[in-house]
Design a protein around this ligand. Structure first.
Ligand code: HPA
Length: 271
C-alpha cells in the first residue's frame, strides 16, 4: 500500500512546482471554488497512477493545484463515495497521497439531511464531531505506522482552532452558521423516517454519505480537519407529502455556494 501511495505522490510531484499546504474536497456547496484557484494545474484522476477509476460516466474527477487565500492548495473536484462501490481504502486513497505531498490541513464539504429540529433547508452546519455509521472503518487492517498510530485518539477530530476561526469569519461576514454532529452512513438510500429518528436519538444533527472516511484517515495521519455541511432537506417536521429528490439536494447546495466559498477562502487566508 505504501509503495502505491508513494508512486502516486512521486508522479504528482513531478507535475507540480509548489507543495500544497491545504487540501479541499469540493463536495456540495463548494464546487465553484475550483474556479477560484489561481495559477491552476489540473490533473485528471484517470491520468494519475493508482487512483480509483471513476464509475460515474461523464463525471471527470480531477485534482486542481494552485493558490487560494494566499496558500498553496490542492482541490479534489469529485470524491469517491462508498455507495458507488469503492472500498474504504479506495475512498481514502487520495487523502493518503495528500499527506505524502505535504498537506497539513483538510477541508471538506458535503450535502446532508438535517436531523436537528432547529435546522432549515439551506442552513450551513459547521461539523464539530462525527459518528461513523459506515459498516467499516478505513483504518481496519495492518496499521501504517509511518502515517499514524494503531489506536488514534478521536476526541478532537474537527480542529477546535479552525472552528473558532470559521465562527469569527461567519460573524464578520454576517453568515449564520449552525454547529453539530454529522453521522456518516453508507447510502445510497436516503433514510426512512424511522432511521432519521434513530440518528437523532444517537445524538446526530445531520446525516450524509461521505466525509467520515476521509476525515478519519486525515486525522490518523495528523492533518487538521475542518468540515461544513449544506442542509439540503430536513427530517423534522416529518411531512408525509414531502419526498427528497437528488435535484432538490443539488439546487440547495448551489444556492448556498457563495456563503460556503466565502467562509472557506477566508479560513484558508487565516490559517
Ligand atoms: N440523508 C443522507 N444523505 C443526504 C441527505 C439525507 O437526508 N441529504 C443529502 N445527503
Amino acid at each position: 500500500m505504501i509503495e502505491l501511495i508513494k508512486t502516486t505522490a512521486d508522479f504528482i510531484k513531478s507535475k507540480i512546482s509548489a507543495t500544497p499546504e491545504v487540501a479541499i474536497i469540493l463536495g456540495s456547496g463548494l464546487g465553484g471554488l475550483a474556479n477560484k484557484v489561481e495559477d491552476a494545474i489540473a490533473i485528471a484522476y484517470k491520468d494519475i497512477p493508482n487512483f480509483p477509476v471513476s464509475t460515474v460516466e461523464g463525471h471527470s474527477g480531477k485534482l486542481i493545484f494552485g493558490t487560494l487565500g494566499g496558500k498553496n492548495v490542492v482541490a479534489m473536484q469529485g470524491r469517491f463515495h462508498y455507495y458507488e462501490g469503492y472500498n474504504m481504502k479506495e475512498v481514502t486513497f487520495p487523502v493518503r497521497v495528500m499527506k505524502m505531498l505535504g498537506v497539513k490541513y483538510l477541508i471538506v464539504s458535503n450535502a446532508a439531511g438535517g436531523l436537528n429540529p432547529n435546522f432549515k433547508v439551506g442552513d450551513i452546519m459547521l461539523i464539530n464531531d462525527h459518528i461513523n455509521f459506515f459498516p467499516e472503518n478505513p483504518l481496519r487492517g495492518k496499521n501504517m505506522e509511518d502515517f499514524g498510530p494503531r489506536f488514534p485518539d478521536m476526541s478532537k477530530v474537527y480542529n477546535p482552532e479552525l472552528i473558532k476561526i470559521a465562527e469569527n469569519i461567519a460573524k464578520q461576514e454576517n453568515i449564520a452558521l449552525q454547529k453539530g454532529v454529522y453521522i456518516g452512513s453508507p447510502g445510497p438510500t436516503l433514510e426512512t423516517k424511522a432511521e432519521y429518528r434513530l440518528f437523532r436519538i444517537f445524538g446526530a444533527d445531520a446525516t450524509g454519505m461521505s466525509t467520515v472516511p476521509e476525515v478519519i484517515v486525515a486525522h490518523h495521519q495528523g492533518m487538521k480537519c475542518f468540515g461544513l455541511s449544506v442542509i439540503t432537506n430536513v427530517s423534522e417536521p416529518i411531512n408525509p407529502e414531502e419526498e427528497t429528490t437528488h435535484e432538490e439536494v443539488q439546487n440547495v447546495a448551489g444556492i448556498v455556494q457563495p456563503k460556503m466559498t466565502t467562509i472557506i477562502t477566508k479560513l484558508i487566508e487565516n490559517i
